[in-house]
Structure formats: structure tokens, C-alpha cells
Design a protein around this ligand. Sequence first.
Ligand SMILES: Cc1cc2nc3c(=O)[nH]c(=O)nc-3n(C[C@H](O)[C@H](O)[C@H](O)COP(=O)(O)OP(=O)(O)OC[C@H]3O[C@@H](n4cnc5c(N)ncnc54)[C@H](O)[C@@H]3O)c2cc1C
Length: 429
Amino acid sequence: MTNLVSMLCDMIEDSGKRALVVGMGVSGIATAARLRRAGWTPVIIERAPARRTGGYFIALFGAGQAAARRLGILDAMHNRTGRDVPADLDRTGRSRPGMSFADLPGEPWIVLRGDAENAAYSTLPDDVEVRFSTVPTAIEQDDDGVTVTLHDSAAGTSVTERFDLVVGADGLRSTVRRLTFGPHANHLRRLGYMVAACGYPGTPPGLAPGQGATLLEPERSMWVFAFTDHEPTIMMTYRTDDVDAEFTGTPAERLRAAFGPEPLGIMLEDVIAAFEAADDKLFDSVEQVHMDSWHRGRVILLGDAAWCVTLYAGMGVSAGFMGADLLGAMLERHPGDIRAALDEWERALRPHIQYYQDNAFDDRKIFVMDNPWEIRLRRFMPKLARTRIGALIAKRFLRPEVMERKCTDIVGDVLAKLPTPEHERRSVA
Ligand SMILES: Cc1cc2nc3c(=O)[nH]c(=O)nc-3n(C[C@H](O)[C@H](O)[C@H](O)COP(=O)(O)OP(=O)(O)OC[C@H]3O[C@@H](n4cnc5c(N)ncnc54)[C@H](O)[C@@H]3O)c2cc1C
């Protein structure tokens, strides 16, 4: 645990309030740690039998870094940005210098999802109870609290418990959302793209150790993300007219079909074989979550469960940290009024998350372009950016206003502008 966080934990004054946090991804862990710091007693439940490791490439932009710093999480992470110029490949093996993620304005930190989760976990006080293999099966609330039935799938038992607050941080297909806000179909919005990701053991053929790569074609792309001190991860993403059909057959079959009918070439063959062999992999459709409100009574959604902005926005982890950071601050501001805290939390956060969501489809073009012209323009961009006029064009292309929202300390700005809460004003007077 970092010094700052352990110092703060020593100063915790118990509020006597109990929170159930559902899901042990970045959002759930960061929220539980922040609630504990605010004097709450969180209980985390996680469907999986243990904490997951590894994961895929994550860019952590300034807004997320600032929240992670306040949460004590950033100190437990390091930037793994690779310094080598990535290769821009085609199927024949032809290679030219490509663009790196680290070239994006704002200099995002490059980490693995597991880094963010481990760092958040390191700030979780030892007295926070974690129950694995456990899911909620019923949620009912009244004015005074929430009654939740919890099923332990390892023991085959269920218990019913009372909480002051329930936080659904259980991802895109959230059970808390389904039980409290209705079926997935009411809230999930498909973008018409698929994503596959996994780790890659060693160095892919044709690349130097530590070198990343892209293979960009209209409506489909393959990425090798390199890190300074970790094996690479790979990602493939492509457009589809029929998301349901993508879930028939094996993921590797779907990938071969999506990147066909042309011969795959050495690199794609190798990467799809690595995906097939990987124990820990992700194959899913790219979907956003849209909700009129992220909270109902004492049940709140946070992270992908509430607002999934998608990988294309590059802000999912950052938004999870921002949500946890602000939630803790709002509960501290309104110690006796959970509803006021949740209202103020959502009011402050929503415009920024909405912005990431609204721009995610355009941000997609960083990863997967629509036509050969966009790919050519993308290749030309680094050369163009070296000229004065070109730098101006490149700046517009990268939409500085979007980058600014990703890179500024959104939660810090919100907190700085808040008026002193009534109870503090009274105690000063
Ligand atoms: C390929 C890829 C690349 C990405 N790149 C970036 C990037 O560059 N930058 C960025 O910021 N974001 C990126 N993202 C998005 C980011 O990974 C997510 O937004 C983030 O991990 C969401 O965290 P979460 O904790 O909200 O949800 P999740 O990570 O989905 O965690 C949910 C947790 O809840 C558990 N759970 C689910 N159901 C239940 C249940 N019923 N009961 C109990 N537990 C349950 C799950 O097992 C899981 O542990 C990327 C995503 C992908 C797929």
C-alpha cells in the first residue's frame, strides 16, 4: 500500500455504513478502496473464482492519471510505453515506419489492464472483505437500505444481506443493471464492430523484440502493442453487418473469415494462431451502454456497467477511476444524504462521460478506418506533421477538443469548483 493511502486509512472514521460492490475490475476495486477511505465498510463480490491477471493494452490519459493519483493508485503503476517505432505492415510482409500510440497528444501512459487492476488492489485496505464466485441474484430496496440475495456458486449456497448502498461495477453485461434497471437490450447499443485481444508470448515474426506493429486495411485491422518490460499484446478489430453471426463457430474461425478471403500472410496467420492458443483472451462485440440515469435509489452503476464508452474511446479505465474518485468525494460531502451525493456525482460526471461516448465512433478511426483514403491519410500524417501547415492540419485531424477532455483533470476541476457543503459551513461558523 502506498504511504499516502496507508496514512489516510489510519485516519478512517467509520461511518457505520455498509456498501456492496459488485465486480472486481478496475472500477470495483477503486470504488471499494475509495469508499473505505470515506469511512464506509465495503464488501466486494466477484463472479470469478479468483482475481484475473494480464489483460490487454490500455492507454491511460491525463484525466484518468489525475484521478488515479488522488486515489493513490498511480504511484503503484508505471508507464510501459515502448520507445521503438512500430512497423506499419501489409500482408506481403512489406513494412514501413508507423505511428505509435505514445505519439498521441497528452502522452498517455501505456499499461496492461492487469497493471491498473493490481495497482488499484494495492490500495485496498486488508479489512475489506472479498467474496469470490459470488453473484447477486435479487436486489430490493426501500427508503432505508437495499436487501440483496448473494449466491456463492462454489459452495452452492445463498444468503440475503442488507446494505446502505449497492455499486454495480460488473461490466458491460451487468447483472446489477439487469436486476435494477431492466434487460440488457434496453441499454446496450452495438457499434457494428468486433474486437479480439490477448497476450502474445515472445516476439511476432518479422518484428524486433519490443517493436509494435499495425496491419491496417479498410474496415479491419490488426495491432501488436509493444511494452518496455512486458511481452506484447495483440488486438484485431473489424466491422460486421451481423453481430449475432459473429458468435457462431469459434472466435478464430470468425477472425479468419473476417480477414479473408485473401490469404492471411505470415503475420496474420501467426497472430490468429496465438489468439487460438491463448488461455486468457477476449472476443466480443463493441457495445456502448446508454442509460437515462446511473443510479436508482441506493443502487448505483459505475464503470462499463453504467456507461461503457468502448475501447475506441480509450477512456474506460480512466472513467472508472474518475467515477470512483468522485463518488468517494461526494459521499464525504453529503454524509447523511446518499441521494444528494449520488445526484451530485452523476450531474458532475455525466457531461464528460457523454462526451467520450459521443466521440467514440469517430475515435474508432484511430483503430479501424473505413476506406483506403483514410489509411493513406493516416500514413501521410507523421510526414505532414513535420511541416508548419501540416502540423496545423494534423492538429485539427486529431480533434484537440476531444484530447483536452481526455487529458485534463476533470474530477479535480469539479472538486475545486464545489461550494463548501452546508454541514462544513455550519461547523466553521
Ligand atoms: C481490447 C480493449 C482495449 C481497451 N483499451 C482501453 C484503453 O486503451 N484505455 C482505456 O481506458 N480503456 C480501454 N478499454 C476499456 C477498459 O478495459 C474497460 O472500460 C475497463 O476495464 C472497465 O472496467 P470495469 O471495472 O468497469 O469493468 P470490467 O473490467 O468488465 O470488470 C467487471 C468485473 O465484474 C465481474 N462480474 C461480472 N458480472 C458479475 C456478477 N454478476 N457478479 C459479480 N461479479 C461480476 C467480472 O468478472 C469483472 O471482474 C479497452 C477494452 C478492450 C476490450
